[in-house]
Design a protein around this ligand. Structure first.
Ligand code: F6P
Length: 455
């Protein structure tokens, strides 16, 4: 397959563009420009079976402790299970809805400043950036960086009397978030913190010790990067309103059902996972570009960087044996069409082929057409032999197109859940635990040690 050209695959099979497609309501995956033929897809589907994906998937949904290094279940799908959700999840969701209704209605708060980092920020920020605020004058700002400028900017134009800080931290020990929360407290100038702070955390005692009265729980079984559906999404709920937040959850639930039931060959997250494995482990790709052709999805690459790389950037398997095969590629990207005027040069003519996801959302004909043109140029390159080498495009660079019918809350929920299950399925194929993140700890400990020495 390394030497087979995509142009040849299309010439061989006139139905390819129609055949290499899988859909679920609202979302369509076109993988015709991936360097696979029918036989490769069959082999990859077998690989998924051999690796026990069906059994792992059942274990995920059954709440078994598949996060083995931490002896935890993996609970993000339960957060959007509606009436099938466990009672504590429904209670928290109801509490969030009451709070959001109050904040959106009463007018006391004008600005919500969400303090959190990593999974405690990226998801909610993406939702607010993508869907905007609806039927409310509330302004929503985010501060994640320990660099004081971040919070300073989030507070520009805000008044202490009408500002509410939502501190989101599963552990309530994250240095950046706590530093920002302490700065916020000082900025309030002695005002009653109970009126100006809400915490969302799995460490209620620490939040109360900080002086916060209103504390919403984060379940232990939900990792930060999978938590936007939980109370971590409170600021997003305040921005987009109850109906849209419910639609977001419903969209994710649609994909949970699809992932749980669709045969692997028609199962979007499974196909996305297998194509990624093919590109990394068989074609040798080291990176993966995500190119959303929608300004509203400009934060998607940053969100997916954590989701994919924190989950699957691992070098030992579930049995703690060193791996002799590659796992997650470096994920990167930026909104189309901006990238076309900068890094796409490398995508088209660089020395390494970078597999790409074009995420298209029917925002405008210009955007969709540009995505299509880029994907075609990558796949087929130039055929004009009279061109000098520096003007030729080698082509044969793989990409998928993920088309969402319309950019709304439900489809956004679907899109994000698709990637969540893709990540899970890849973790199963690589036999790694996608749900821990021990790799982030050493740097934190060293920073503490270095700081202590300097003090
Ligand atoms: O340091 C990494 C990390 O623990 C992420 O896994 C997490 O999303 C982020 O930091 C924030 O953690 P917390 O919610 O505990 O503040």
């Amino acid at each position: 397959m390394r030497s087979i050209a995509l142009a040849h695959l299309f010439a061989q099979d006139p139905q390819r563009a129609q055949r290499c497609v899988a859909s679920v309501e609202g979302v369509r995956l076109d993988y015709s420009r991936q360097r696979v033929d029918g036989q490769v897809v069959q082999q990859l589907l077998l690989l998924a079976e051999e690796r026990g994906l069906a059994e792992w998937r059942a274990a995920l949904f059954a709440g078994e402790p598949i996060n083995t290094t931490e002896q935890r279940a993996v609970g993000h799908t339960a957060l959007r299970a509606a009436e099938a959700a466990p009672a504590p999840v429904r209670t928290t969701l109801a509490q969030m809805h009451r709070l959001a209704q109050r904040l959106r209605g009463e007018g006391r708060v004008r600005r919500i400043v969400h303090l959190g980092t990593g999974g405690s920020a990226l998801g909610p920020q993406l939702i607010v950036d993508a869907l905007g605020t609806h039927d409310t004058d509330l302004e929503i700002a985010f501060a994640a960086n320990i660099d004081a400028l971040d919070l300073e900017r989030a507070l520009t134009g805000a008044q202490p009397e009408t500002t509410l800080f939502v501190v989101v931290s599963k552990t309530f020990t994250t240095a950046e978030t706590l530093a920002n929360a302490r700065t916020a407290l000082r900025w309030l100038g002695g005002r009653d913190s109970a009126r100006h702070f809400i915490a969302v955390t799995g460490n209620e005692a620490a939040a109360r010790a900080f002086g916060i009265d209103e504390v919403l729980p984060l379940p232990e079984a939900v990792g930060g990067r999978f938590s936007l559906w939980s109370a971590a999404g409170l600021s997003a709920l305040c921005a987009i309103g109850a109906a849209r937040f419910d639609a977001l959850l419903a969209g994710a639930r649609d994909i949970d059902r699809h992932f749980a039931a669709a045969p692997f060959g028609e199962n979007l997250p499974v196909l996305m996972a297998l194509l990624g494995v093919w590109n990394v482990n068989f074609l040798g790709a080291a990176t993966h570009a995500v190119l959303p052709y929608a300004h509203a999805l400009r934060l998607l690459p940053a969100y997916l960087q954590q989701l994919e790389m924190e989950s699957n950037g691992k070098c030992v398997d579930r049995e703690d044996r060193a791996l002799d095969y590659a796992t997650a590629p470096v994920l990167w990207g930026a909104e189309g069409t901006l990238g076309q005027h900068s890094f796409h040069q490398l995508l088209h003519q660089g020395t390494q082929a970078v597999p790409a996801d074009f995420v298209v959302a029917a925002v405008s004909a210009e955007l969709d057409t540009n995505a299509e043109a880029q994907a075609q140029a990558l796949a087929f390159g130039t055929t004009d032999a009279s061109l000098p080498p520096h003007r030729r495009h080698p082509g044969n660079r793989p990409s998928s197109t993920i088309r969402i019918e319309r950019l709304d809350a439900r489809n956004l929920g679907r899109l994000l859940a698709l990637y969540e299950h893709k990540v899970f399925a890849q973790g199963v194929i690589w036999n790694i635990n996608s749900f821990d993140q021990w790799g982030v700890e050493l740097g934190k400990a060293l920073a503490r040690r270095i700081l202590a020495k300097g003090a």
